[in-house]
Design a binder for this molecule. Structure first.
Ligand SMILES: *Cc1c(COP(=O)(O)O)cnc(C)c1O
Length: 238
């Protein structure tokens, strides 16, 4: 068995364990494999182990890898964009991805809507919220969610399906839990009013237990599947 295959099994076991701890069902927690900076052959290795949803953070790098993987005949992968979005990268994202999790500005929403090709289904969107309130972090403030959500709902080219958050990188688990709980509360309020809202994307390699305890429906895992990332220069096309 390959290392990536073993790692995927281990992560699925952890999902089951953490779900059981809070009386949740493991099937209600999707695994997004975060393959940023990782080569195509490792993505295919994960695919061959049954993984179908992949997350990428750098538009240029992702476009190259997605095209290569499509040209090899893999057509049932679901690609999620999870990185910060610069205006000049919205076209690549609108044309190549199925889901965008890192929408945090109206201007970017408008560009994604305009640039989504008509022959594709609506681009699924999660609004990223800066739950740690650290100034250097991506994500909108809680007060900005409703305005962005209203715009996304108004355009046929986008479909709002949920919220995404990245907790502070800290060993203080109480702090992480407090940040996730705040997002969970907003998610539950929105879900009660909109039947399309069903994805709460929270949790990474270091905080998946807390995220699952706070109702996460999708964890985004890179390191625990593919190993640590190496950034030789600046990542391609970041
Ligand atoms: C890189 C990244 C991840 C994966 O983080 P790991 O700690 O490697 O699991 C998850 N979410 C976002 C938004 C990321 O940028």
């Amino acid at each position: 068995m390959s290392t990536i295959q073993e790692n995927l099994i281990n992560v699925q076991d952890l999902i089951l364990k953490f779900a059981n701890l809070t009386h949740r069902k493991a099937k209600d927690i999707q695994l997004l494999a975060v393959s940023k900076t990782k080569p195509v052959d490792q993505i295919i290795e994960a695919y061959n182990a049954g993984q179908r949803a992949f997350g990428e953070s750098y538009a240029k790098e992702a476009e190259l890898k997605i095209n290569e993987i499509r040209s090899l005949g893999y057509s049932d992968i679901v690609w999620h964009f999870i990185g910060p979005i610069q205006s000049n990268k919205t076209k690549i994202i609108a044309e190549n991805f199925d889901v965008v999790e890192s929408l945090d500005r109206l201007k970017i929403a408008k560009r994604l809507s305009e640039q989504r090709p008509k022959e594709l289904s609506p681009l699924k969107v999660l609004i990223q919220v800066n739950i740690s309130c650290e100034p250097q972090k991506s994500g909108c403030d809680f007060e900005e969610i409703d305005e962005i959500a209203e715009y996304v709902r108004s355009t046929d080219n986008l479909k709002l399906i949920g919220l995404m958050g990245v907790a502070e990188n800290t060993t203080e688990t109480d702090e992480i839990t407090a940040q996730f709980k705040k997002l969970q509360k907003k998610f539950n309020e929105m879900k009660a009013l909109d039947q399309n809202i069903d994805v709460l994307s929270m949790g990474m390699t270091g905080d998946m237990e807390e995220a699952i305890a706070c109702g996460s429906t999708e964890i985004r895992i890179g390191t625990a599947i593919f190993g640590a990332r190496e950034y030789h220069n600046s990542p391609a096309g970041a």
